[in-house]
Design a protein around this ligand. Structure first.
Ligand SMILES: *Cc1c(COP(=O)(O)O)cnc(C)c1O
Length: 375
């Protein structure tokens, strides 16, 4: 049995006729930039998030960068974010001229540790970007309370958390604005690069829309210099089709996660994901922690099971951030967990038989490690 980490072929097989028809329509209309599918998708996605508005963009990294710029953040400013995230979050901060300031992750939920945010705030701090890591919203009540007290903007990095909820609110309504990625492997993925923002702040959304389209709202009238970061029509057409299935796919991910936890939680060698009782996790990734991770990973690989590591090197230890001068020991939780995190196969088409095989193989691999240690 071969089990990939993500199976986009299985997903395409299930929606082929709808996708092919949608792409064909764009080819026939040749409205490749700014076509009708773009506005249709923006309306449908805003409605999915329960926000006033959404703006389609070229990718999730640009969504973060353009949002920071639209909030007036740049040279000399500091922006707080999680140390365990994909580098796109901090790259977007640096791209505006601001400096990323990292915070360790919560030892249970893996999202930003809200106990450690305030100690990082300085007079230069302008914003906080909590990352809804692996599909679980960060502790947004505390984050918003801290932000309000210090006059900071809260921008959600929702690249992994389409449709996730915190208390009664959906992602997109938990800060000033939320940034999404539709990278193919994300919960809602295009057939190439794509992204969006969702927000209730229409003025800010308009600024992002202008920045993404050469600083204009009309064809040759440029309010400012901007960028080229539009969502293209073919991707919008693909996303419109897939959005109709997202609720069902999310429920499948949640069922698969429950099944994994049920099968794995009796093993003391394996730490299954902790859920924040206030949050609804949409399981972009199902991440466990194990000891002797590389050995366990190898055993799974030999059995045909692909796994991932999200992420193997905390951002402060990346060569790219050597200039920040943050020594080992600065982020103890992220540093320790970087050697233990293991992402198991997670996609809506995963079958019961595959889930059982992954769990049986993982249990055997961890238990033989424990036995070896006791000899
Ligand atoms: C994928 C991702 C991004 C970047 O999105 P792209 O569309 O690849 O640019 C940003 N933040 C996080 C947490 C991500 O997982």
């Amino acid at each position: 049995m071969k089990i990939p980490l993500v199976d986009l072929k299985a997903q395409y097989a299930g929606i082929k006729s709808e996708i092919d028809r949608a792409i064909q329509r764009v080819l026939e209309e040749t409205d490749f930039i700014g076509g009708s599918a773009v506005r249709e998708f923006e309306t449908a996605f805003a409605s999915y998030c329960g926000t006033r508005t959404a703006v389609g963009l070229a990718n999730g990294t640009d969504a973060l960068q353009l949002t920071l710029l639209a909030c007036g953040i740049g040279n000399g400013d500091e922006v707080i974010t999680a140390v365990n995230t994909f580098i796109a979050t901090s790259e977007a901060i640096s791209a505006t001229g601001a400096r990323p300031v990292f915070v360790d992750n919560d030892p249970h939920t893996y999202t930003i540790d809200v106990q450690k945010i305030e100690e990082k705030i300085t007079p230069r701090t302008k914003a906080i970007i909590p990352v809804h890591l692996y599909g679980q919203p960060a502790a947004m009540d505390v984050i918003n309370e801290i932000a309000e007290r210090h006059g900071l903007v809260v921008i959600e990095d929702a690249a992994q958390a389409h449709g996730a909820r915190y208390k009664i609110k959906t992602v997109g309504n938990l800060g000033r604005l939320a940034c999404f990625s539709f990278y193919p492997g994300k919960n809602l993925g295009a057939y190439g690069d794509a992204g969006a923002i969702a927000t209730n702040d229409e003025e800010l959304a308009n600024k992002v829309r202008m920045l993404a389209n050469h600083g204009r709202l009309k064809k040759y009238e440029h309010e400012m210099e901007g960028y080229n970061s539009r969502l293209d029509t073919i991707q919008a057409a693909v996303l419109l089709v897939k959005l109709r299935h997202l609720k069902e796919w999310t429920e499948k991910r949640q069922q698969i996660a429950s099944r994994y936890t049920q099968l794995l939680s009796s093993a003391k060698e394996i730490v299954t994901p902790s859920k924040n009782p206030d949050a609804t996790h949409v399981f972009h990734l199902y991440v466990v922690r194990v000891q002797q991770r590389e050995q366990v990973r190898q055993t799974l690989k030999e059995a045909g099971i692909a796994t991932g590591i999200h992420y193997p090197i905390p951002l402060h230890q990346q060569p790219a951030y050597r200039y920040l001068g943050l020594p080992t020991g600065s982020y103890p939780v992220a540093e320790r967990y970087a050697g233990e995190l293991l992402s198991l196969p997670m996609y809506p088409e995963l079958t019961e038989e595959q889930i059982e095989f992954v769990c049986a193989t993982l249990l055997k691999a961890c238990q033989s490690n424990t036995a070896a240690r006791h000899h």
